[in-house]
Design a protein around this ligand. Structure first.
Ligand code: ADP
Ligand code: MG
Ligand code: MG
Length: 908
């Protein structure tokens, strides 16, 4: 690429070079600014420096890129000058600019924006004279220094306990003047702020604040490019799977001013409710304010629509009279502007056919649009908006299905507070219902500590005055987030909704003392580690722990699920070990049980005693005696499963884990066991010693157990078939599938199949009736996959145990991978955690090959997956592509897998 390559794209009322479909090149913000211009919406003119320039910056450095884009940027500024009728750098009537970053995918708060660029000690006078408003000019100037000082010059708090140094100065001045709000500061105060800010920068940074507008502009452009690789951008990319290679664009745009007095203001709005999905237009704004003021939560924002405003007042416990006087909606305050905004929101939602998140500024009675993008929303809102837009005819079924991210369904499926427990809980404060859900956890005040606590397995609630992008990682591990300041569009609220995390924002009664590590509400003091509960759907904050219960699903959820069945090809089964699990799975639409791990039934109550008796037995007779005690219990479990699943298939795996897992390994528990079972302690210790293995996952387990102790296989087969016969007698068309784990050769399978068939013949003879059942195997060793044709000639179905298969194919122990895998992922040695999302190029190829081999000898052989991967959307898509019959996942992931399967079918 050379300097004749186009790096700069103009947008304005007379000429627009970009468009919405150019997001890769212009970033989301730049592309949509151009699109709004094309739609005839009033947008301040500007230009976008493409993501290609950012990539070049990262690769070639600043000087090389300057040579490439210098002339084009100069022409871009000239274009804006012409459109606005002002000149950049003209101190008498200066053109001021904003410099905004914008990547392909929206990364809210990730990159920093600079407003009012172009001001200096001379230009501020010109601006004041021209606007005839000294306060406004100095307010703009102090904001510019504040933002530029932070973003470009790097003046940040020295430690995490320190607040923003500029804000400290503002607070000090407000105290001195005895005023509360920044709007109460007058022009003289603001002048003083400017002087103090500049001295602070000189003292801390050792350089003067740049006065030359062009130097300011280039500094800002480079800062945006550099911010693509700052820590918080990296964290966000990591959490959202955004490649570093995309780069960000830079938008340079003429300023419009929301801080010109009471007929000016700034705000954000959503075309539908981002929390619930309701088709209600609303948002928040502040009069006489600029830029991020609404989001930063410096004053209580007002609501955009009247309906929204009334609802807000109800939640915030503001009386209607007070609301009307002090917090009127934009609809009431500036009806004409509101109508125009309503027109734009409808136009934009219809144009993009999705819920839009809008930014606007009002300058002396004129409305300017500054941004539109597809709004982030909660999982519940995703479902509702998609289903309502389908009903409203805005999108078709396929688009509606694609609009819901499968993983986000999690939020709808997860528990809410138990209403009874909730009634008894002490309500201590109220904030805004920023992101729905229920959360209980221990208080922490710092994001990095939230991470450490969460690593130790603690449930934490992150409590902050307000959050900032530095807190991202801590927010992502917290159960819930509580902020003392900020509205529904504050950083905490937006990010929490994006993460589907419970959040209560702007709980004004909460006072956070970072140094003392306490949170005070009235007289009550709460310390780090104290328990707190949040209801993100009502904004309520409770003291202590509250019990939770299962969520209730709305009609839209049912509609969506019905739609998945219309398009998906894969069947979705569930991994369920108990009738209770099976019931949940069935309610979520599972069409079978793909894996019942029988050993999970062995731990309950007296069963473990019988299991231990079997393990301690010295000979077959002793083992059979213990197994006879287990038989009725196992049979009862299986009857429960068959009854729950009706005529749907239930796949039961024979005993799989090594026997030592059923014995206690510490002295204290061994003593208890000895006393309970009336056996000498020495005997237990000896057996534990004998069963010790260096590598249990590759030791005496799976079918190897059944081969050593066929009586175990006999008992389990008998339990399955007797249960099936009993339930069939009730009129249920039972479909039982018996599955042999961990085979590597067909001879292992046949050795077990012989025991199973022989037992079945005995049971059928005893009962005088027979039953069809399927006899198949797991494919979970690489060897089994390699010889799947020979195994498939004997086994009637394959179920891929992708957990073990991954472990053995990669040579990664699942239990030890935690030591190196995070580093591997960070360095890109593996793209994804292979235990979470199937390693398509390695393990996936083995699965595909085994399916082909199996089908070559048994054309209709049933194939499925029962590892964790069965509930991972990317893996589900892969299993769809290679033609499996079903995936099986945990009950709560069934809806996720159904949707993922439908989406996979749509992209065929
Ligand atoms: P983010 O990506 O964090 O949303 P933006 O680039 O949208 O950052 O800018 C942050 C704030 O600055 C927004 O509230 C926006 O409305 C305001 N802003 C940006 N450019 C201008 C401009 N040219 N005139 C007035 N306000 C602006
Ligand atoms: Mg924005
Ligand atoms: Mg296994």
């Amino acid at each position: 690429m050379n300097s004749s390559h186009k790096y700069v794209y103009l947008f304005g009322s007379n000429r627009t070079e970009g468009a919405a479909d150019m997001k890769n090149l212009l970033g989301g913000k730049g592309a949509n600014l151009a699109e709004m211009c094309r739609l005839g919406i009033t947008v301040p003119s500007g230009f976008t420096i493409s993501t290609e320039a950012c990539t070049a910056f990262t690769e070639l450095g600043r000087d090389a890129v300057l040579a490439l884009i210098h002339e084009q940027v100069r022409q871009g500024v000239a274009f804006v000058e012409q459109e606005m009728g002002k000149q950049f750098g003209n101190a008498d009537d200066p053109l001021l600019l904003s410099v905004r970053s914008g990547a392909r995918a929206s990364m809210p708060g990730m990159m920093d924006t600079i407003l009012n660029l172009g001001l200096n000690d001379d230009a501020v006078m010109g601006l004041a004279r021209k606007a005839n408003n000294e306060r406004f000019a100095w307010d703009s100037y102090r904001r510019f220094i504040q933002m530029y000082g932070d973003v470009v010059m790097g003046l940040k708090p020295l430690s995490k306990e320190e607040h923003d140094p500029f804000e400290i100065i503002i607070e000090m001045l407000k105290d001195k003047r005895g005023v509360k709000l920044d709007t109460d500061l007058d022009a003289e105060d603001l002048k003083e702020l400017v002087q103090r800010f500049k001295s602070l920068i000189r003292a801390r940074i050792g350089r003067d604040f740049p006065t030359d507008p062009w130097e300011q502009l280039w500094g800002a452009v480079w800062a945006v490019f550099e911010s693509w690789n700052n820590e918080r951008a990296k964290v966000y990319r990591e959490l959202n799977d955004i490649p570093a290679s995309w780069g960000t664009a830079v938008n340079v745009q003429a300023m419009v001013f929301g801080n010109l007095g009471d007929s000016s203001g700034t705000g954000v709005a959503f075309t539908r409710d981002a929390g619930t999905g309701e088709d209600l237009f609303n948002g928040e704004f502040l009069v006489n304010a600029q830029g991020e003021d609404v989001v930063a939560g410096i004053r209580t924002p007002q609501q955009v629509s009247l309906v929204g405003s009334r609802r807000w007042a109800e939640l915030a416990l503001v009386h209607e009279d007070e609301r009307r006087v002090h917090y009127p909606s934009l609809e009431e305050l500036m009806p004409q502007i509101y109508q125009q905004l309503l027109h734009f929101e409808t136009l934009l939602e219809n144009h993009f056919k999705d819920m839009q998140d809008l930014e606007f500024t009002i300058q002396e009675g004129k409305l300017w649009m500054l941004q539109t993008r597809n709004g982030k929303r909660t999982g519940a809102a995703m479902v509702r908006i998609a289903m309502e837009m389908l009903k409203q005819g805005m999108v078709d079924e396929k688009t509606a299905l694609q609009r819901v991210a499968p993983d986000r369904l999690n939020e709808l499926l997860h528990p809410i507070f138990d209403p009874k427990a909730l009634r008894a809980a002490p309500l201590i404060a109220r904030g805004l219902p920023a992101s729905p859900g229920a959360a209980t956890g221990q208080i922490v005040f710092f994001a990095d500590e939230a991470e450490t606590w969460a690593k130790d397995g603690k449930a934490v609630i992150l409590v902050r005055q307000e959050t900032s992008p530095e807190d991202l990682r801590g927010m992502s591990v917290a159960k819930g987030i509580l902020t003392a300041r900020g509205g529904m569009t504050s950083h905490a609220a937006v990010v929490a909704r994006g993460m589907g995390k419970c959040c209560v924002s702007g709980a004004g009664a909460v006072h956070v003392d970072l140094k003392a590590r306490t949170m005070t509400v009235g007289d009550a003091v709460y310390h780090e580690g104290d328990w707190l509960s949040l209801n993100g759907s009502s904004g309520e904050v409770f003291e202590g722990k509250i019990a939770t219960k299962d969520a209730e699903l709305s009609g839209d959820f049912g509609t969506l699920m019905a739609l998945t069945d219309k398009y998906k090809r894969l069947e979705i089964r569930a991994n369920a070990d108990t009738p209770a699990d099976a019931k949940v799975a069935h309610n979520f639409g599972a069409t079978g049980i793909g894996l019942c791990r029988t050993e999970h039934m062995f731990f309950e109550g007296e069963r473990i005693l019988a299991v231990r008796e079997m393990i301690l037995a010295d000979n077959e007779a002793g083992r059979r005696k213990a197994l006879a005690k287990l038989l009725p219990m196992q049979r009862g479990d299986f009857e429960g499963l068959f009854r729950e699943m009706h005529e749907l298939p239930v796949t039961i795996r024979l005993l799989d884990p090594p026997l030592h897992e059923f014995l206690p390994h510490d002295d204290a528990n061994q003593r208890i066991m000895a006393a309970e079972m009336h056996v000498p302690l020495g005997k237990i210790k000896m057996r534990v010693e004998e069963l010790h293995e260096f590598n249990p996952m590759m030791g005496h387990r799976g079918c190897r157990l059944g081969i050593s102790y066929p009586e175990i296989t006999e008992m389990q087969t008998r339990a399955v078939l007797e249960a099936a016969l009993n339930v069939r007698a009730l009129g249920v068309h039972v479909k039982a599938e018996i599955m042999v784990p961990l085979v590597g050769t067909v001879r292992e399978f046949n050795a077990q199949a012989e025991v199973i068939r022989r037992t079945a013949a005995t049971v059928f003879a005893e009962r005088g009736e027979t039953l069809d059942y399927a006899l198949g195997t797991m494919i979970e060793t690489p060897r089994a996959a390699l010889v799947a044709d020979s195994i498939g000639s004997c086994a009637e179905f394959f179920s891929f145990g992708t957990n073990d298969l991954t472990q053995m194919t990669l040579g990664f122990s699942r239990d030890d991978a935690g030591k190196f895998l995070p580093e591997y992922l960070k360095r890109g040695l593996y793209e994804h955690d292979p235990f979470r999302s199937i390693d398509q190029k390695g393990v996936g190829v083995l699965v595909q090959m085994a399916v082909e081999k199996g089908r070559s000898v048994r054309p209709g052989i049933e194939t499925g997956v029962c590892g964790e991967h069965g509930g991972d959307p990317a893996s589900v898509a892969f299993f769809h592509r290679i033609g499996l019959d079903y995936v099986s996942c945990s009950p709560y992931r069934v809806p996720i897998a159904r949707l993922a399967a439908a989406q996979a079918a749509l992209s065929d």
